[in-house]
Design a protein around this ligand. Structure first.
Ligand SMILES: [Fe+2]
Ligand SMILES: [Fe+2]
Length: 292
């Protein structure tokens, strides 16, 4: 099929919804409003980069899923979602019920792995088109819009809770074997004709000042192996990485790679990001308000 000369791919980005369940009526109504606008404006795809819910109760993902279904966005080609720390770690539960001082981390890792499995069950139609059981993260999704190939390379960057290493459950980490698999020559070759977008929850860059208090705060939510992640994205020739976690709408650069932080729907529910890509691979990004 010939590509219309002015074909552009438009991707909407929301992050950090922090929905608190079916009774969170005000936020659900706001979510419907923004999803309806995204559908009405004919965006080619929607990306949501984690912390979809607030307290890791798997039932709450159904609220997000239902909102996507209601707005006609619950399809592989229409949306990509990934989990954040608030999707996979219930901090209170870790502190109160699971022996916070227990040096054995296996239970903590297992709880995150089980929740991730459940997350992938709930959102499976957005992960794989044939419903293959077990399909999960990392996820490489290639979509063609007209003649423009877009590859979403999505990683789960949630590090299990640990009293000494991750006391707020907010630090990020992508296991090295995952990065090695993603960064392999085969994957890079397979994506060579695509515009590659990296996706994760954690921020390459958090606030960062010289003040000791800020440094301590940064440590609790930093992406531990961000530079390995960055190198993997570079080896895939990613053009942009979209993330959330640090609730700020911003774009910044690190070693030549552009990062876009999608801010937080929870705190600013009428703002979202828009990435526009043309057939030559030129792209632009802006944050806009509902109705703009
Ligand atoms: Fe968040
Ligand atoms: Fe987060």
């Amino acid at each position: 099929m010939p590509v219309p000369i002015d074909k552009k791919v438009r991707i909407a980005h929301l992050s950090d919804l922090h929905l608190t369940g079916r009774n969170d009526l005000r936020q659900i109504e706001r979510l419907d409003r923004v999803l309806a606008e995204i559908a009405r404006k004919g965006y080619d795809h929607l990306v949501m980069t984690g912390d979809l819910i607030d307290s890791a109760n798997p039932d709450d993902w159904l609220v997000v899923r239902d909102a996507l279904v209601r707005n006609g966005l619950f399809e592989l080609s229409k949306a990509t979602v990934l989990p954040g720390n608030h999707d996979l770690i219930n901090l209170e539960e870790e502190l109160r019920f699971y022996h916070a001082l227990n040096p054995d981390d296996s239970g903590r890792r297992q709880r995150v792995a089980q929740r991730l499995e459940r997350f992938c069950e709930v959102f499976r139609p957005l992960i794989v088109d044939d419903g293959e059981p077990g399909a999960c993260f990392p996820l490489v999704k290639v979509l063609h819009f007209g003649g423009i190939g877009i590859a979403m390379v999505a990683s789960c960057s949630v590090l299990p809770w640990s009293g000494s290493d991750n006391p707020l459950g907010a630090r990020g980490y992508v296991p090295p074997p995952v990065l090695q698999a993603l960064g392999s020559r085969e994957v890079a070759d397979a994506l060579s004709d695509c515009f590659v977008i990296g996706l994760c929850h954690h921020a390459y860059r958090v606030y960062g000042t010289d003040a000791l208090l800020d440094q301590a705060f940064d440590w609790t939510m930093e992406f531990k192996n961000r530079d390995e992640f960055l190198r993997t994205m570079q080896s895939l020739r990613a053009r942009v990485v979209m993330h959330g976690h640090f609730h700020r709408f911003q774009m910044y650069h690190a070693d030549g790679l552009t990062f876009v932080n999608g801010g937080s729907f929870r705190y600013v529910p009428d703002r979202y990001g828009e990435l526009v890509i043309d057939e030559k691979g030129h792209w632009s990004h802006r944050f806009l308000r509902l109705g703009e």
